[in-house]
Design a protein around this ligand. Structure first.
Ligand SMILES: [Cu+2]
Length: 173
């Protein structure tokens, strides 16, 4: 093999490597932006025990708003029937409830700003496990979902300016 041939093979190999790397990155941007698994909690087991919970998003203004529960606990393998009610009287202060992987609520809320009102400030992200729409005064929504695998998760309201106050921890055990 001549040196020229060797060089050609080497250059080709480099191009192949670059091409492959570029391709795999493109494939994974939307679905694997993080190493955390994306769960489909909407598939519920009809034979699973159903746990009913209610959480209230409350407060008349930004300084008083909160979820009435800062933590919730459910057993693994159950179906969670969670009703989220908004009692904030001001139409300019709607709320949502977004369940996310632990440690991601801030980045999900920031991405929610980009997602905007038409997506209820909920970004399309593998860190978002389940969520409501934006709920105005007196509105409520019931979510039915499978409890995710044992561990701790965060829930947060991603309406602009709310995430740092309106949040809590869901423990699955
Ligand atoms: Cu809120």
């Amino acid at each position: 093999m001549t040196i020229a041939t060797q060089k050609t093979i080497l250059i080709c190999a480099c191009f192949y490597l670059i091409a492959c790397t570029g391709e795999s990155q493109k494939d994974t941007i939307d679905t694997s932006a993080t190493n955390r698994p994306a769960y489909d909690l909407t598939k519920t087991d009809p034979s699973a025990k159903v746990v009913e919970l209610t959480i209230v998003a409350q407060g008349e203004d930004m300084s008083k708003m909160s979820f009435d529960m800062k933590s919730m606990k459910v057993s693994a393998g159950t179906t969670v029937k969670l009703t989220i009610k908004s009692t904030s009287p001001d139409a300019s202060m709607p709320h949502n409830w977004v369940l996310v992987h632990k440690g991601t609520m801030e980045q999900v809320a920031m991405a929610g700003l980009q997602a905007g009102r038409e997506l209820d400030f909920v970004p399309k992200s593998p860190d978002v496990l389940v969520h409501t729409k934006l709920l105005g005064p007196g509105e409520e929504q019931t979510l039915t979902f499978s409890a995710p695998p044992p561990g701790k998760y965060e829930y947060v309201c991603t309406y602009p300016g709310h995430w740092s106050i309106m949040n809590g921890v869901l423990t699955v055990e």
